[in-house]
Design a protein around this ligand. Structure first.
Ligand SMILES: Cc1ncc(COP(=O)(O)O)c(C=O)c1O
Length: 375
């Protein structure tokens, strides 16, 4: 049997090759490679897509989170040592986005069913030191953003969203990117909207935050549109996290048919949800208020390793997101003795199935049949 890969990025990107070459030639002719016209266009288009007022394009998502927190410090909303509540079962980048700017991550157990940060647990852990919640839309399912907003209302706590995996998802019919105080996106090549390299962005409705973010991504320099207006004046201690013109052009091109690609992911997810029938396998929770972005389709199984090996023998590639939670990583050795039971249980049971726009009906059926015959 032919191998079913977990993701076929080259096949998906083949459709964009010709435009990529055209854009490359056009950009080379224009002679501006970083933070130019294409970046401006992408920022406008992404803000429109998400129904947000402002967008700042940056180098990647961990930088997006990092400079968002830096900006909030400049604005006086938080200071070194303040606490940020974050789910314990996230990708390590969420945690590094907090620790890299001298804030303290406070790990919150997720809900077992949704994989996302538990609002009940947030309530238990909020203290005077809490200055932000970093909600992660894990696997593409929005976190319970409106509930989180409700409990932090009037508390001077910011809601920052790690939407690295959830572009295109909705919550109560509102686009991800339009709900939180700041929403951070990743366009890492493997994401639903993937660049041909690293890229990221922040959307917000806060003009003050937007102005500071625009400056911070470029060494904290005062913002200029035309090179002739550049003054080399730096108001903030910023970073270099600029999007380049080629990535911006790729993303503008890909955003055009993004909804179509999302509909393909949705169709595959629906097929899995309706047809995987095996009492050893738990399917992801669906809820009409949460329009899932289906970056990943994650099932649970008590015999996960055996299931993974079984699928591998049948030539079906799967992955685990993530096999080691942040508190068990060597990088955070100071946390290794902490226990997060829900997170650790999830880590042992999860398995990500192939879900990408070019996966064929035949392949999807084969995956379902193989899962259903697992004993
Ligand atoms: C949940 C989550 N947060 C953050 C990131 C980091 O994104 P980037 O690689 O663009 O910094 C990722 C990327 O894998 C992610 O999945």
């Amino acid at each position: 049997m032919k191998k079913i890969k977990f993701y076929e990025i080259a096949k998906i990107n083949k459709n964009y090759e010709n435009n990529f070459i055209k854009n490359f030639k056009r950009i080379n002719k224009g002679g501006r490679y970083i933070l130019g016209k294409n970046v401006n266009i992408f920022e406008k288009k992404l803000a429109d897509y998400c129904n947000a007022k402002y967008c700042v394009a940056v180098g990647n998502c961990v930088d997006a989170m990092k400079i968002t927190f830096m900006a909030y410090k400049i604005m006086g909303s938080m200071k070194d040592g303040d606490e940020v509540l974050v789910p314990a079962n996230t990708y390590i980048a969420s945690i590094l986005g907090i620790t890299s700017v001298n804030l303290k991550p406070v790990f919150v157990e997720p809900e077992y069913d949704t994989f996302n940060i538990s609002v009940a647990n947030i309530k238990k852990l909020i203290s005077k030191k809490t200055k932000a919640i970093l909600a992660v839309d894990l696997y593409g399912r929005p976190a319970d953003l409106f509930e989180i907003k409700r409990i932090i209302k009037k508390k001077n706590i910011k809601l920052v969203e790690d939407a690295a995996q959830s572009l295109g998802a909705k919550i109560k019919n509102k686009m991800v990117g339009s709900v939180s105080d700041a929403t951070c996106f990743s366009f890492f090549p493997g994401k639903n909207l993937g660049a041909f390299g690293d890229a990221g962005a922040i959307t917000t409705n806060d003009k003050n935050l937007f102005d500071i973010l625009k400056s911070l991504r470029n060494y904290g320099e005062d913002v200029f549109d035309n090179l002739k207006d550049r003054k080399y004046k730096n108001t903030f201690k910023g970073v270099n996290s600029r999007m380049d013109e080629i990535q911006a052009a790729v993303l503008v091109d890909k955003l055009r048919n993004f909804n179509y690609l999302q509909s393909k992911r949705k169709k595959i997810a629906k097929f899995y949800l309706n047809n995987i029938k095996n009492n050893k396998i738990l399917l992801p929770e669906v809820n009409k208020n949460f329009d899932h972005g289906w970056h990943l389709f994650v099932i649970r199984c008590k015999s996960r390793n055996r299931l993974k090996n079984y699928l591998q023998k049948k030539n079906i590639e799967t992955m685990i997101h993530y096999p080691i939670p942040p508190h068990k990583q060597k990088a955070f050795s100071e946390l290794n003795k902490r226990r997060f039971y829900v997170t650790e249980k999830i880590t042992k049971e999860i398995l990500s199935l192939p879900i990408f726009p070019t996966l064929t009906k035949f392949e999807t059926k084969r995956i379902v049949n193989t899962l259903n015959s697992f004993k």
